[in-house]
Design a protein around this ligand. Structure first.
Ligand code: AMP
Length: 477
């Protein structure tokens, strides 16, 4: 059974009702292109599709292309059912469940059967399905709740801003039920004002989100001189947390920031940057440098980095290589893909490039396809982007490599300015001085109106490269 839905209580009921009755809950990302959604629905062989009414236009455009779906359900009251929707047999959720008894004898299921399904964002080619089992979901729920991971307890009021339509909102719907905490849902209102008001009204103590959402929240809070009065901890992941964001949360609002990394293929949590005892007393700057790393593997996940020949690299904080993982909630193969397993000797290649320090803190330097190699040396596009967004005039920044006759590749930074900002290329390039080694400073700044984003809010560098295919590096003066 598929869902196209925001974070809300009916979606949560489906999380438990569908999987608990032995069916598979397939959460679909509504930000995907309708063609892709129709493809995913057919590939997953979905028979029932429940959707929030705000996605009605999407459902109307795909309904005719999904012959396998025998039941369409609008997640609303009976009297809110859209009229003349053109969707055959459309039923309201409340009407649908009203027809059943409140008591239900839950079946005894084999822990290894599938409970839910989520497709990767598919920036190249078709998305791939990752099937989670009851076992992997439960193990992940325990691990995510641990003190060194999200540190969840019944005392918390928890707001998952991360969507339940992608990688199970980082497992929070399951971990929250495990510890019995209060759950708060934002629905479709993810703008700074709405999220701020919800955080305050529901006295949220722990919230989870991607940097783009927190950017909107902090922008609103700062513009209005407000304070986050109840929030104690936030977990940030999905893409790298910029240092300026961590500072704003910690210094101005006393909110502890946990930087985390994971992926669809890992249910999704893989690492979290919780400090170790010996790091608590470190001077502020040294401690921040540790916190900004993507963190240590959560219990139940093993990781390693390897060179191009597959040889394991040391955990010395300098050696940079492809990151591989394995564990109880790491994918072994994609749903209905009859190709060889993606695993290499039992390890899943994440497609990320990372360093790991002697304390086990992993730091992502790039996606392997985004790596910039200049004169044989790697330049981290994440470092270049983090510095750009720390500039007060920069709203968003993406660093990409462009061909160079002498150095093979050189970095440039593509920037969206904040509204009203009047910044020059020169000013941003000067801002890099002293913050990066000279050879790591981008060769050029390209100002654009927007940077293309994928369905999970991550920058689509492949598209950006396409848009800039005619770009030429400035000649040295
Ligand atoms: P997804 O499967 O859509 O959740 O995307 C997973 C990918 O997002 C990872 O392989 C990383 O490339 C990226 N990612 C996730 N968390 C972080 C993070 N904290 N810092 C940098 N990249 C991240």
């Amino acid at each position: 059974m598929a869902t196209l839905a925001w974070n809300g209580y009916r979606h949560l009921e489906l999380y438990y009702g569908v999987s608990g009755s032995g069916r598979v809950l397939h959460t679909i990302n509504p930000r995907l292109h309708p063609e892709q959604v129709a493809w995913i629905v057919s590939h997953a062989e979905d028979q029932v599709l429940a959707f929030d009414t705000s996605f009605l236009p999407m459902v109307q455009s795909i309904a005719g292309k999904c012959p396998g779906v025998r039941l369409w359900i609008a997640l609303c009251e009976k009297d809110q059912l859209p009229v003349d929707s053109g969707i055959p047999g459309l039923l309201s959720y409340e009407d649908w469940i009203d027809g059943h008894l409140a008591e239900y004898p839950w079946p005894d299921l084999d822990e290894n059967v599938a409970s839910s399904l989520c497709y990767t964002s598919g920036t190249t080619g078709n998305p791939k399905g990752v099937l989670y089992s009851h076992r992997s979901t439960l193990l992940h729920a325990y691990a995510a709740a641990w003190p060194d991971v999200m540190n969840l307890s019944a005392r918390d009021s928890v707001l998952p801003v991360v969507p339940m339509f992608h990688v199970n909102a980082w497992g929070i719907p399951y971990s929250a039920a495990l510890v019995g905490c209060k759950l708060v849902f934002p629905g479709p209102a993810l703008d700074g004002k709405s999220v701020y008001e919800l955080l305050e009204a529901e006295q949220v103590s722990f919230a989870a989100g991607v940097p783009t959402v927190w950017q909107m929240l902090l922008g609103y809070v700062e513009a209005n001189g407000f304070k986050l009065n109840h929030l104690r901890r936030t977990i940030i992941g999905g893409s790298a947390c910029p240092p300026s964001m961590m500072d704003a949360f910690r210094e101005r609002h006393g909110v502890e920031v946990l930087h985390a990394w994971g992926m669809t293929e890992m249910s999704p949590v893989g690492t979290v940057g919780t400090l170790k005892n010996k790091q608590i007393a470190l001077p502020k700057e040294e401690q921040t440098a540790v916190r900004l790393k993507q963190g240590r593997a959560v219990p139940g996940v093993d990781m390693k980095i390897v060179d191009d020949a597959g040889h394991e690299l040391p955990w010395d904080g300098r050696s940079c290589g492809d990151l591989l993982v394995k564990g109880g909630w790491v994918v072994k193969g994609y749903f209905r893909e009859n190709v060889d397993s993606p695993l290499v000797d039992g390890w899943f290649p994440t497609g990320d490039v990372a360093v790991i320090d002697a304390d086990g803190f992993m730091q992502i330097t790039d996606r392997s396809k985004d790596v910039i190699k200049s004169g044989g040396e790697w330049i981290s596009s994440i470092d270049v982007e983090n510095i750009a967004v720390a500039h007060p005039d920069v709203a968003m920044a993406a660093c990409i490599g462009v061909r160079h006759p002498k150095w093979d590749e050189r970095p440039i930074v593509v920037v969206v300015k904040k509204p009203g900002a009047d910044m020059t290329k020169q000013a941003l390039l000067q801002f890099y001085e002293g913050r990066l080694a000279k050879w790591q400073i981008p060769d050029d700044v390209v100002f654009v109106e927007t940077i293309p984003l994928g369905a999970t809010g991550k920058m689509l560098k492949s598209k950006l490269r396409e848009q800039l295919q005619d770009y030429k590096l400035p000649l040295p003066s």
